[in-house]
Design a protein around this ligand. Structure first.
Ligand SMILES: [Fe+2]
Length: 199
């Protein structure tokens, strides 16, 4: 969450740190410090959410059950691999801009906006809805961050977010959505299922 992040940015790190989280060092990129700071802040949020979605895919790859076990087991792992590639691209964009990429699970857990799933197993339909919800959150925040980056002149960040993050997430939503359609579950039931999951 934003409050946690700003708290971290202003807290004093251990003696071993050479650069604090939430700061950006100068780079000859012809981009204002303020623009790079804003891009890094947005990218770290999207990075934390993408790491969470990546891990959600592996959880579901392992724990899936039902008549579509094998194809979902494979699909979830394919999407896991693609999300892992996005994680690396996002983290390296943060470093490119002179920032510090969020990296470790405890920091990711307190930063992500994706709801924490239960430790136990859920059925395949619930797994897919949970993934769709996470995708939509990431697509939404990535489009917004892409527009802000472009407005500040950070075309590189805009390109990464639009060409890689938004488009890959949209593509994965297509594959998940068609799984639901194949199960004969209408869109009007989605809210009821979410309500049950979060109630
Ligand atoms: Fe596996």
């Amino acid at each position: 969450m934003k409050n946690n992040r700003s708290h971290k940015a202003h807290s004093t790190g251990p003696e071993t740190e050479i650069q604090g989280y939430g700061t950006v060092v100068n780079r000859p990129l012809s981009l204002d410090h303020k623009v790079r700071l804003a891009s890094v802040d947005s990218l770290n949020q999207i990075l934390a959410d993408t790491m969470t979605l990546r891990d959600l895919y592996k959880k579901h790859h392992w724990q899936v059950s039902g008549p579509n076990f094998y194809q979902l087991h494979l699909l979830f792992d394919k999407h896991y691999g693609e999300q892992a590639e996005l994680v690396d691209a996002l983290a390296e964009r943060v470093q490119t801009l002179g920032g510090v990429a969020i990296a470790m699970a405890p920091d990711v857990a307190e930063t992500t906006r994706i709801a924490r799933p239960p430790q136990g197993r859920e059925d395949a339909t619930m797994q897919i809805f949970r993934l769709l919800q996470a995708h939509e959150l990431i697509i939404d925040e990535s489009r917004e961050a892409a527009r802000s980056a472009a407005a500040g002149g950070d075309d590189g960040t805009n390109d990464l977010l639009v060409s890689e993050v938004v488009r890959k997430n949209e593509f994965q939503v297509w594959f998940l959505s068609e799984q639901i359609a194949g199960a004969g579950i209408a869109n009007k039931d989605q809210e009821a299922i979410f309500a049950k999951a979060h109630g």
